[in-house]
Design a protein around this ligand. Structure first.
Ligand code: SAM
Length: 457
């Protein structure tokens, strides 16, 4: 039974409060307590006293946004950039690492009720700033009515705040954003209005091969007459990128996936190098956003997989095949499954371009494809999973248990979903041996980690 809620302590939506923050929640919000009623406070860290406005009021908890820091936490440092994508820059980097390490432990022990595992030290990031190889910007209008290209204002689905320098992107990537914006202003193009669904420019996706130096700019626009009239000649003259693309979409939500993509200039795929291999990446395919740390992450996965050279390895949620192909030299065979068809096509081509004949990749939903894969390939010795933030569904966990691998390497971007999944696997006869967090996302609360589970019964 859940603890009784003191309803008199529940503040109203829109109410302003002075709050003292005593903890940090998963996902990075500060935690304040009002007579037992919990408020998750955006923009606050433990030790802060803040003035905040209540943005959500639920029965058991509420949400608030910091308006002013009245008395700063002793941990607080001055922010370097006004950047909604870097909320943890107010914490010294060492503290960010400590918190991530603790949150992984908390998730596993409190949510998963797991014990007896070794929690290895977090691998710190190589670069603390300008580490992202992909940025998705949004177009909008500033209060003066001028076209801007930047990020959503914190907590807003329609207000876009422009920026001069995104400190998570490289200087070359920033230059591309500025050039596209200057071009769009010179052409007099309109911003997509998220309320009325009118206007043209929705998003700009800038992707970069950190090792190859390749730059790709993809403009996402709304379908319609204004899209038909885009002057692609001036666009590719204006932008210093190796590839320029335009995706037309009529999606209602804020997404850069889907739609029809036209190549204005350059190759259809970005090329990147990782761990001595070369990868082609289609515009809609997933690729880890921190190239340098992806190499470390896969290194940790290889270390815990401890392959001897003969094993049949499954690479589930394989994307463009990066994990499986990185492990291929140490394995007998690799079998990958991924739901995005373009990514699977990339994985097949990536195996070929790196001369790896022992890897096979298939398009499919892991939930449905896993049984079929076992029939086709035989049971795996080692199974690697790298699911999205929601983790593995109960059904996928059941299929994995049926497939009966000796070792499971779980690459997770969310310890709060890793924990229940690992607990289910432990219940089914696996032991959680080791977990190593890897800091892929400095200045943000996002946590990546690699866990090793071994079959014991
Ligand atoms: C976190 S990414 C990992 C990709 C890859 N392992 C890597 O490191 O680049 C998760 C991948 O799972 C894919 N995916 C999501 N749901 C899926 C499903 N039900 N079945 C198969 N693949 C899925 C996504 O398209 C994405 O490529």
């Amino acid at each position: 039974m859940s603890a009784p809620v003191n309803t008199s302590a529940r503040p109203e939506r829109g109410q302003e409060l002075e709050l003292t923050i005593d903890d940090l929640a998963f996902g990075g919000n500060g935690v304040a307590r009002l007579d037992g009623y919990v408020l998750f406070v955006q923009g606050a860290i433990p030790g802060d006293k803040v003035r905040a406005v209540v943005t959500k009021r639920k029965r058991h908890y509420g949400e608030a946004r910091t308006l002013e820091v009245i008395a700063p936490s002793p941990d607080r440092v001055d922010p370097i950039a006004d950047h909604p994508g870097a909320p943890w820059q107010v914490l010294p980097y060492e503290r960010q690492l400590e918190i991530k390490q603790t949150q992984v432990n908390d998730a596993l022990t409190r949510i998963g009720k797991l014990e007896g595992f070794e929690l290895l030290d977090i691998v710190p990031a190589v670069e603390q700033w300008r580490y992202r190889n992909k940025l998705e910007y949004s177009f909008g209008l500033n209060p003066e009515g001028e076209l801007v290209c930047g990020f959503h204002a914190p907590g807003s689905w329609e207000t876009i705040v422009g920026l001069d320098d995104c400190l998570l992107a490289s200087e070359a990537g920033n230059r591309v954003r500025t050039q596209v914006l200057d071009w769009a202003r010179a052409q007099g193009l309109s911003a997509f209005d998220r309320r009325t669904h009118t206007g043209l420019l929705r998003n700009l996706v800038v992707r970069e091969g950190r090792r190859t130096g390749e730059l790709q700019a993809r403009l996402v626009v709304a379908e319609g007459k204004e899209a038909d009239a885009i002057d692609t000649d001036t666009l590719h003259q204006a932008v210093e990128a190796d590839a320029v693309m335009i995706t037309r979409t009529d999606a209602l939500g804020e997404t850069t996936q889907g739609g029809e993509t036209q190549i204005v200039l350059g190759p259809p795929k970005l090329t990147e190098e990782l761990g001595g291999l070369t990868f082609g990446i289609s515009p809609t395919a997933f690729f880890q956003t921190n190239t340098e740390m992806a190499e470390r992450l896969y290194g940790v996965a290889a270390e815990v997989a401890d392959l001897q050279g003969w094993e049949r390895v499954y690479d589930l949620f394989c994307g463009i095949g990066t994990v499986g192909l990185s492990l291929a030299q140490r394995a007998g065979e690799i079998w990958g499954v991924e739901i995005v068809e373009e990514a699977v096509a990339d994985a097949i081509e990536n195996a070929r371009r790196n001369d790896i004949g022992s890897a096979r990749f298939f398009a499919g939903d892991v939930r449905l494809a896993l049984r079929e894969l076992v029939e086709k390939a035989g049971k795996p010795d080692v199974l690697v999973v790298d699911p999205p933030r929601a983790g593995l569904s109960q059904k996928v966990v059941r299929r994995i248990i049926e497939a009966n691998p000796k070792r499971i390497v779980y690459i997770s971007c969310n310890p709060t979903t890793l924990a229940p999944n690992a607990a289910q696997l432990v219940e089914a006869g696996y032991a959680l041996r080791r977990v190593r967090p890897v800091d892929m996302f400095p200045q943000t609360p996002h946590i990546e980690c690699v866990a090793l589970l071994e079959r014991v019964s």
